[in-house]
Structure formats: C-alpha cells, structure tokens
Design a protein around this ligand. Structure first.
Ligand code: ADP
Ligand code: MN
Ligand code: MN
Ligand code: MN
Length: 337
C-alpha cells in the first residue's frame, strides 16, 4: 500500500512568506525522501536554475486525510544541500543548540482574522458592526463569527498531535486566537507552522480565508498579534532571571521589533492594548507594556514573561531565535543558568 505525504514549506514571498504544499505518494515502509520543487514560482530561485530541495524535518498524522497519511514540514535547501536564504529554521536550530542547556520554553498566542467576500467575518456589507466590547470571549450569534471553523481547526490540531493549549474569540468580530506551547523554540515553531497550514486548509472547506494581517481593519479596531511567552529553567525557578531577561529585551529592543513582522508600526501604536513600537517598557500585569510579567509570576517570584510585540504575521523561527539569543546570552553573562 501507499500513503499520501503532504510536503509543506515556507516560501520566499516578501515581505511576508506564505505556506506552500504538494502531495507525494510514498510506498509503505520507505523513508520520506528529500523532494524538489520549482523555486522560480515561490520567489526562491531564478528561472534558469530553479530547482530547490525540500528536506523533511517534522512529520505528524494528516488529520484531514486520515488513515496513514501524513503532513511533512520541510526546510528549503539549495541544490548543494546548504540552507536556502529563506530558511529561517536552519538559523534557529543553531542558536537553540547553543543554548540548549538553559531549557527555553515558548508559548505563542496566534491571533488571526477570518475574511469572506472581501470583509472580516461578521462585518456587514458596506459598513461596520457595533464597536468592540462584547466580542472578546463572547457567545451568541450577534457576538461570535466563525466558531464552526475554529472548532474544526482545534480538533484537527489535536488529532495531528500538536501541542495546542487553547482557543478564544478575540476583541474584533471575526478575530480569533489559538495558543501553541509550552515547547522548545524549534518545536513550538514547527507546531505553529503546521497549525497555520491546517487553519488555512480547513477554512478553505468553509469558503473562508484566514489572514495573519496584523492590522486587518484600520481605525478603532484591535490588530492581530502573536504574544510570545518565554521562560528558561532559571526563570521558572527564581525572579532575578525574569528581570535579567526583561533587561536583555530592553537592550536589544529595536533589533527585535525590526524582525517581529511586517507592518509592526501600524499595530504597535500605543493604543488597542499595545505599547508604541519605538518605546520599550516592561511591567507587572501591564497590557500596555511591550513585555508583561504576569501577576502570578511576581507573586510566586518565578515563571515566565510575555513579549506582546510580535505581529500575527511574525515568523516563529525568527522571534524564538531572537529571544533565545538575547535573553540566554544575558542570563549566561549574569551567571543565572
Ligand atoms: P494571555 O493571558 O496573555 O491571553 P494565554 O493563556 O493566551 O495568555 O497564553 C499563554 C501561553 O503561555 C500559553 O501558550 C502557555 O502554554 C504559555 N506558557 C505558560 N507557562 C509558560 C512558561 N513557563 N514558559 C513559556 N510559556 C508558558
Ligand atoms: Mn491569549
Ligand atoms: Mn489575544
Ligand atoms: Mn497574551
């Protein structure tokens, strides 16, 4: 017998990469081979030397096709098997290995927005719904739009074995969130990319599009972020390392923000539960700070921090690499490992 392997990869679209996938029929018992694709159609090669290589790096059951079928997340390589310039996972694995002894954990909150017929789900033709207030974690047909897709997506993530930890309706109609983690930097990112692929894929079946646009509606409507919760072993055991991590993020603030997703200035305005993109701050319980220390973390004197800056369209391989690099370097220097 043969089974279907859906090879999934991240393309080279600028400024924000897209997901691509295609199906390989694999003979039972055979290992998943490297595969090729036309890089000139994905902004990953010119037309004259267009071949690029797909290298399987993470496999899980395909919850849509069922049976023995699998989803296969891939890294993109050049024909000489070096990582392609768009391959941010290869950069992360290096940094993650360097600081593996600090046992970093991440939980990423992925916000997104459903669109149908050119407007967010729940928005009336040519106008706006009632202002924000009742939609967040709401219930009822006048508050909540798209729950059928969201429930299906949650079930698919669970059936695929992804470490999804929750879902909620967000502040703007048609806007939702799911959380992945806590997991190590590479694992949380692999699970996130598969969860994103499943979201787009299942929304197809409902004739709906999901977007990670960080500011899908201009004006007095919340943007969409990817709050990134982070801890190391030392931070999970004591409070001092929590402050060291916050100070490390302060020191590298602009370098981080530059890579936290295209269009970040439009979302991090200082309004709608955000801090301005060019002014770093951290604080306990503070949803208007760049980085929040949850109240129970201050109380228990240990735990994790929440970087509230990353856009919904951030590359998880990039945000986790920057945070591990900045914070683990500082923690090492401070002897807090
Ligand atoms: P919020 O209150 O900001 O909406 P959520 O409950 O949506 O928070 O998300 C919190 C995320 O933080 C979850 O994904 C959770 O798994 C993760 N998390 C919890 N503890 C830790 C930890 N020690 N280190 C890293 N992430 C953590
Ligand atoms: Mn949340
Ligand atoms: Mn949220
Ligand atoms: Mn949050």
């Amino acid at each position: 017998m043969s089974y279907k392997a859906e090879y999934i990869w991240i393309d080279g679209t600028e400024p924000t990469a897209k997901l691509r996938s295609k199906t390989k029929i694999v003979k039972d018992g055979a290992p998943l081979p490297n595969w090729g694709f036309d890089g000139s159609s994905t902004n990953q090669a010119g037309g004259h030397a267009s071949d690029r290589v797909l290298k399987p790096v993470f496999t899980c059951p395909d919850p849509i096709r069922g049976g023995d079928n699998v989803l296969v997340l891939c890294e993109v390589l050049n024909p000489d098997l070096s990582p392609h310039a768009s391959n941010t996972r290869a950069l992360l694995t290096e940094v993650a290995e360097r600081f593996a002894d600090q046992e970093s954990w991440f939980g990423i909150e992925q916000e997104y927005t459903f669109f149908k017929d050119g407007r967010p789900l729940g928005f009336p033709i040519g106008g706006f719904p009632a202002p924000q207030g009742g939609y967040y974690c709401g219930v009822g047909a006048d508050e909540v739009f798209g729950r059928d897709v969201v429930e299906k997506h949650l079930d698919l993530c669970l059936a695929a074995g992804l470490e999804i930890s929750g879902i909620n309706a967000e502040v703007m109609p048609g806007q939702w969130e799911f959380q992945i983690g806590p997991l190590g930097p590479v694992e949380v990112s692999d699970h996130m990319w598969i969860a994103r692929w499943l979201l787009y894929r299942v929304a197809e079946d409902f004739d709906t599009a999901a977007t990670l646009d960080p500011k899908p509606v201009k004006g007095d409507w919340n943007g969409a972020g990817a709050h990134t919760n982070f801890s190391t072993k030392a931070m999970r055991e004591a409070y001092e390392p929590i402050i060291t991590a916050c100070e490390a993020l302060a020191e590298n603030a602009m370098e981080h923000v530059r890579h936290y997703g295209h269009g970040i200035e439009d979302r991090l305005t200082g309004h709608h539960e955000t801090a301005p993109w060019d002014k770093f701050s951290y604080g306990v319980s503070d949803r208007a700070a760049s980085v929040r220390i949850p109240w129970q973390v201050e109380l228990e004197r240990k735990g994790y921090i929440e970087d509230r800056r990353p856009n919904a369209n951030v590359d998880p391989y990039v945000v986790t690499r920057l945070i591990v690099d900045s914070c683990c370097t500082a923690l090492e220097k401070a002897g807090q490992v």
